[in-house]
Every structure is written in structure tokens, then in C-alpha cells.
Design a binder for this molecule. Structure first.
Ligand code: ADP
Ligand code: MG
Length: 714
């Protein structure tokens, strides 16, 4: 044991050479594992643990169930029938009875555990005659003073040439030396609150998370499994709390520190808006609208993201918010990712506002210079109430007279690190972002932790739904027959392929990827020759794309063969059949988006997924999930399980640091608790200025200040 007096100068930042117990050879091993300072050793957490079977009496031991037992070696017998082959049997006894250990071809065991030695045996026994027998168990010889207990051992990540025992001793000593000197980042009130905010079924019997000294000891050398779980929870919670505090501070800096026009919505205005819709709102639409009304009534900007399943009716929510903004005397802008979508929104709004005073402008790449100039003037003077357009254009040079609300549709890259850069006269607009793809809640709270989240899972009533089939190649002809029948009934059909052109010149050509052009030619010549088929892809000029889309929406032709440009948002209720070729090349979320295109009307939709170029069995398995589930949130969770959080929307892409101990999927309950605690802490102390939050504030700054542009907020 290290003498604590002699080491009182050692701090977390001390180099390893200050540690008296660490030989230079060991120190070199440590540096190969990137441990250079005392801090690195203390926070070098085990990757896993060796959890021994519980200690038992002989009569508690059950065949096939792991068990440990302490006893004395009373008999040893070795037999060797053929040279080089031996069986060693060892009898271990205690007051409760005896068990037999059996080793094959390990004659040295007989000398390793001589008669009279006290041993601890762990393994999974089987019954042999009337006695429990352990074949090749783990055996530890106990010294006189050793307390026999089934000790949990830490397993550290190693690199070549380093063994667990090189690390275990020195780490344990360093941890023991430093444990009581660590600065506590979590005041006891927070350690208690963490459990109060945890969902009931997760709570066990803990009432508070352990303090740092206990947690650091137990994460390295847990006395039992409960202490290990508690220690782990503390570090998971702490990591998530630091992240959520950063998010809460940023939420605050994007809201209460800024000024926005309060938009009051009275019952009369509400009724007037709702009456404009040709249907009644779904329960979820109503709930979200009320959240938005509450947010917009404040004099700081709303910063909310609406996540909804495809077809849940986000547009209605957006229109509601825009109309109440205009009713409040301010302007609203709606930004869409594509021109096609911007025009669709413009059509919907114009139709809905028919006969009203509301003036709506459309700003896209295809309007003339003169129209554009006029529009810009009208927006600046306040002659336009609502402006719809693509993001790129609106971010250019538009000045608003009094912008009250900015809606961003079908956006999933928004979130941390992105701000809406539209202000007028020192005033920030309320912001509503509508997410294109449902994402798992835990990912949303990380990626979009700096915005308020609304979720709509419910779909409007009267939807006939979509039947999804995973097609086999030999069905293709039958499927096209089915498509023709639907077309004959007056419906329209989408065909989606992953590529525009087939690649022939390069090496990929042996892998035949379905393409829009080849598919179009084949269908127009063969299976669908009696129908009008057109094609659409991203390489066509915008006006042409727009006109194809418009004519398809008008019902001017039967079949649209396209790439995923139709993916987001397009609403054509008469199109009810979709064929996706090369389906294994798309993610589940994307397939679900595509499927959303034919789930819009009162006619049942039919989707058939074909693979191309010899898909692997796992890929079929993934596609089967599409057959089984029609819930975008469920599919997102499935994608998350199969591909992990990093892949999904990409944590990398978000620029957020990776989690060290927490796992967003496994630790979702702690994430929710951390979010609630963080919110309360920041409401109470927006600068984290109180002394007991000092260390926590430091950790937030160290990890997130730059990334989240927290500035001097903390
Ligand atoms: P998304 O959430 O995918 O953007 P949309 O806003 O495009 O969905 O709505 C999908 C379809 O559902 C549209 O045709 C819309 O008119 C219709 N719709 C929206 N809300 C309702 C409702 N409450 N009742 C009936 N139909 C609705
Ligand atoms: Mg939409």
C-alpha cells in the first residue's frame, strides 16, 4: 500500500513518474495505453468485468448452473491409461459436503493443489453419480488470511504484450490513493434528483447515486454487482448530464436571451384557422398546435422541432402556426428542401387561403429576375404575409418587414450547430423545424437536444394503409400484371430505382444496379407499353422536373419512374402503387419515406420491394422489417438496433463528441433523467455560477463550449 502522507502532493495532473508504486517498466506499459498522467489512470475504466458465480454450499449447487465453492482438498487421484493422456480427480470438501474436480491431461494440477490446501472453485457442475463434478473449473488457492469471497475482477482494454495483472494492481493502488481527493461534480441534491427523475421501473432500491469517491472505487473494484451497477450509473448519468446541461444552456441562449414577437392566439383566431381545414385535426395535431401556441405567445423565440411519421400531417401544423403569425400582424416564411415541395406547399396554401386577405409569395429558382425583384420588395415592405421557397434562396438576400415565424420543412440535418439566420430589426423569429425522418427518441435528444421536441405518431383517420411485399425475382411478371390492374382502375404508380443510368464502363458493371433509364426503357417497351410512362431524376433541369411532377399530380400520365427525388413530402393521393428496385440499397427510414408517398389517400397502397445484383441474406432480413412494420418510429428504432447510433444520421456528422461510458440505446432512461435534471438546474442557475456547480460547469465547458457556441453563457 502506498503511504498517503508521502504522496500528498500528487494530483490528477501529476505525471505517472510521481506515483511511488509504479516501476518504470510498468509506467512504460501504461503509456502504451495512452495513460500519461494520474488522471488517465484513475479514469481508465474497465471494459468489462469477470463476474464469478455466487459462493454456495454443496447442497445449493445445481447441475448446469454456475457456482463457486470454498473447501479443502482432501483427495487427489491421477490415472494415466495411455502415455500422454491423464485424468486428474480432486476432491474438495467443506462442512456442507464434497465436490469433485476433474482435469484431463493436466497432471500438474495434482501438485498445484496439494492435499490440505484451501481453494476456491468456480465453474458449471454436472452430476456424476451422486456427486457434483466440475470439469476444468477455475481454481484459486487461498492463503490463510484470504477472505473467501467471489470477487468481481475488472477487465481492462489491453494492447499487445500487456496482461490484466500488469494493470490491476497499479490501477487499484492509484485509485485508492486518489479517490478521496477527487472533486465532486455532482452535488448530493443532484445525485438524489437523478433517481427521482428516473422512470420507476429502473430505480432498484437506490435512493441516490454514489459520490465520486465511492463510484471511482467501485467502478474499478466493485465489492458486488449492485455496487458496480450503481457506480456505472453514476458515470453514465454524469456524462449525459454534462451533455444535457450544454444543450439546456444552448436552448436558453437560443430562446430566453433573444427577443421575438409574442403571437397571441385567441379562441376566435383558433376557430377561424381550424375552420379553414377541410377536416378536423387529429389528437396529435391538436396537442402539438397547443404546444406551439404556448411557445409563440412568449416574447422569446420558439425553437421547436416537430417529429412525425410520414403522412401524419405536419403541413397542417405548419400552416396553423403561419396563419396565427399573420393574424398577429407578422410575416411567416416556409422553407422547403426542394423546389417541387415548395411549389406543392404554395399550391396547398393558396387553395386554402382562397378568398382571404392573406398574400402569399413563392420564391424559387425558376421565377424570372423581374418577378424575383418585385417579390423581394414586397416582402421588405410587408406586402407579402407568407413567403414560401427553397432554403438556399431565402437565405440569400431577403429582408423581412417583420418576420414572426420561420418554418423549415423536411429537415433532418438541422439541430446542434445550426441556427436560423433570419432576423429583422434585431428581432428573432419563432422557429419550427419539421423533421423528415422519425428518429429514436434518445438520438433526437442528443442530436436535437438544443430544441424542444414535439412528436406526432398518430395518422389521420380513413387511411387505407399500405401493403408491403418483399418480391422475389420470379414474381416480377405477376407483379407488373398487378400494377396494370391498378392502373386500369384509374390509379397511378411510382417505380423507384437507386441510380439514374446503368454503369457499364467501370468494374461495377458486373453488379447490375437497377437504373431509372434502363427501367424506363424496359417498362415502356414491355410490361407497361400500353400506358404512359415518364421519368424523373435529379439531373434534369429544375423546370422540367417541376413540370413532370405537376403533370403526374394532375393525373396526366400513369407511371413515374424516378430516383429518390420523390422521397420527401410529395403528396399525390391517386398514386397508390409503388415498386422499388434495388431496395437493399436504401435505409429503412428512406424506404419508409418512399412508402409514405402512397399512403396518402383512401385507396389502399401496394408496395413491392425487389432487390438487384444478388442481395445478401442479412439484407433480406432487414427488408423484412419493412413488411412487418408500418410505424416510422419503430423502423427507426430497428435501424438504430441494427446499425447503431453512429450510423444513423451520423453522430460524426453532428459534430458532437462521442460518449465515453453512456450508450444512448441502453441508457435511454438515464438520458431522460439527465435532461430533466439539466433543465431544472439551468432554470435555477442559468450560469452554473454557484460554488457547488463549479466542477460540473467546468466539465460542460471543457467538452461542449466550443462545439455548441456557448460563448459566455457559462
Ligand atoms: P407529412 O406529415 O408527411 O408532411 P402531410 O402534411 O403532407 O404529411 O399530410 C398528409 C396528408 O394528410 C395530406 O393529404 C393532408 O391533407 C392530409 N391530412 C393532414 N391532416 C389531416 C387530418 N387531420 N385529417 C385528414 N387528413 C389530413
Ligand atoms: Mg410534409
Amino acid at each position: 500500500m502506498i503511504d498517503k502522507e508521502a504522496t500528498s502532493e500528487i494530483s490528477l495532473n501529476s505525471p505517472l513518474s510521481d506515483l511511488p508504486g509504479l516501476t518504470p517498466t510498468r509506467a512504460r506499459l501504461f503509456s502504451r495505453l495512452k495513460m500519461h498522467r494520474v488522471r488517465d489512470v484513475v479514469f481508465f475504466f474497465p471494459r468489462s468485468y469477470e463476474i464469478p458465480a455466487p459462493l454456495m454450499d454443496v447442497d445449493q449447487i445445481r447441475e448446469g448452473e454456475p457456482a463457486s465453492l470454498v473447501g479443502e482438498v482432501t483427495e487427489i487421484e491421477s490415472t494415466s491409461r495411455t502415455p500422454g493422456k491423464s485424468i486428474t480427480g480432486i476432491l474438495v470438501e467443506n462442512e456442507s459436503g464434497a465436490v469433485r474436480l476433474v482435469f484431463f491431461n493436466q497432471a500438474y494440477r495434482a501438485t498445484q493443489y496439494p492435499r490440505g490446501s484451501r481453494v476456491m472453485v468456480s465453474g458449471t457442475p454436472k452430476l456424476s453419480g451422486f456427486r457434483m463434478e466440475f470439469v476444468h473449473p477455475k481454481v484459486t488457492v487461498l492463503e490463510e488470511e484470504d477472505i473467501a469471497q467471489a470477487q468481481i475482477l475488472p477487465i481492462y482494454s489491453l494492447s499487445e504484450g500487456i496482461k490484466q495483472w500488469d494493470l490491476r494492481g497499479p490501477i487499484a493502488e492509484t485509485v485508492e490513493l486518489m479517490a478521496d481527493r477527487l472533486t465532486e461534480a455532482l452535488p448530493s441534491s443532484i445525485r438524489t434528483q437523478a433517481l427521482v427523475e428516473l422512470e420507476d421501473n429502473m430505480r432498484d432500491d437506490q435512493t441516490a447515486l454514489p459520490d465520486i469517491a465511492t463510484a471511482i472505487r467501485h467502478i474499478h473494484n466493485p465489492p458486488d454487482e449492485a455496487s458496480l451497477a450503481a457506480a456505472r450509473s453514476r458515470f453514465v448519468f454524469q456524462e449525459l448530464l454534462v451533455m444535457q446541461l450544454a444543450m439546456a444552456l444552448r436552448r436558453r441562449s437560443l430562446t430566453v436571451d433573444l427577443q421575438a414577437p409574442p403571437i397571441e392566439s385567441t379562441a376566435m383566431i383558433d376557430a377561424r384557422i381550424v375552420n379553414r381545414f377541410p377536416f378536423s385535426l387529429t389528437g396529435d395535431q391538436r396537442l402539438v398546435i397547443d404546444e406551439i401556441r404556448r411557445d409563440m405567445a412568449c416574447q422569446f423565440p420558439m425553437n421547436r422541432m416537430l417529429q412525425a411519421d410520414v403522412g401524419a400531417g405536419k403541413t397542417v401544423v405548419a400552416i396553423y402556426a403561419m396563419l396565427s403569425t399573420v393574424a398577429g400582424g407578422h410575416q411567416a416564411v416556409l422553407m422547403a428542401p426542394t423546389e417541387v415541395l415548395a411549389r406543392q406547399h404554395h399550391r396547398t396554401l393558396t387553395r386554402m387561403m382562397d378568398g382571404s386577405q392573406v398574400r402569399i409569395g413563392l420564391l424559387t429558382g425558376s421565377i424570372s429576375r423581374r418577378e424575383r425583384a418585385e417579390l423581394i420588395v414586397a416582402v421588405a415592405s410587408g406586402d407579402i404575409d407568407m413567403l414560401i421557397g427553397t432554403q438556399a434562396l431565402i437565405y440569400g438576400e431577403i429582408e423581412f418587414k417583420s418576420l414572426g415565424l420561420c418554418v423549415i420543412d423536411e429537415q433532418h440535418k438541422f439541430g446542434v450547430n445550426q441556427r436560423v439566420k433570419l432576423r429583422s430589426g434585431g428581432i428573432d423569429p419563432h422557429v419550427l423545424v419539421m423533421s423528415a425522418t422519425p428518429i429514436p427518441r434518445s438520438v433526437a435528444l442528443t442530436m436535437f437536444g438544443d430544441v424542444e421536441l414535439s412528436t406526432m405518431r398518430e395518422k389521420p383517420p380513413g387511411r387505407a394503409g399500405v401493403k408491403t411485399y418483399l418480391g422475389r425475382d420470379e414474381w416480377r411478371n405477376r407483379w407488373w400484371g398487378f400494377v396494370r390492374e391498378r392502373l386500369d382502375e384509374g390509379r397511378q404508380a411510382f417505380v423507384v430505382a437507386p441510380r439514374v443510368t446503368s454503369v457499364e464502363s467501370d468494374e461495377e458493371s458486373k453488379e447490375s444496379v437497377a437504373s431509372v433509364e434502363a427501367t424506363y426503357e424496359e417498362l415502356a417497351k414491355d410490361q407497361l407499353r400500353d400506358y404512359q410512362v415518364e421519368l424523373l431524376h435529379g439531373r434534369m433541369p429544375p423546370e422540367e422536373k417541376e413540370s413532370v411532377m405537376r403533370r403526374f399530380a394532375n393525373g396526366d400520365f400513369h407511371v413515374l419512374v424516378s430516383t429518390t427525388v420523390i422521397e420527401v413530402g410529395i403528396d399525390i393521393p391517386n398514386a397508390t402503387v409503388m415498386t422499388i428496385l434495388g431496395a437493399q440499397r436504401f435505409g429503412l427510414a428512406q424506404l419508409h419515406q418512399l412508402r409514405g408517398r402512397i399512403a396518402r389517400g383512401t385507396h389502399a397502397g401496394h408496395l413491392c420491394l425487389f432487390t438487384d445484383g444478388g442481395a445478401a441474406p442479412e439484407e433480406y432480413e432487414r427488408l423484412q422489417v419493412m413488411e412487418q412494420s408500418d410505424d416510422g418510429f419503430e423502423l427507426a428504432e430497428a435501424d438504430f438496433r441494427m446499425r447503431g447510433a453512429g450510423d444513423l444520421l451520423g453522430q460524426r456528422q453532428s459534430g458532437m463528441p462521442p460518449m465515453m461510458v453512456a450508450d444512448l440505446q441502453r441508457d435511454e432512461a438515464w438520458l431522460l433523467s439527465a435532461r430533466r435534471v439539466a433543465q431544472a438546474v439551468v432554470e435555477d442557475d442559468p450560469t452554473l455560477g454557484s460554488p457547488e456547480l463549479d466542477e460540473l460547469g467546468k466539465q460542460v465547458r471543457r467538452r461542449y463550449a466550443k462545439r455548441l457556441e456557448l460563448g459566455d453563457a457559462v
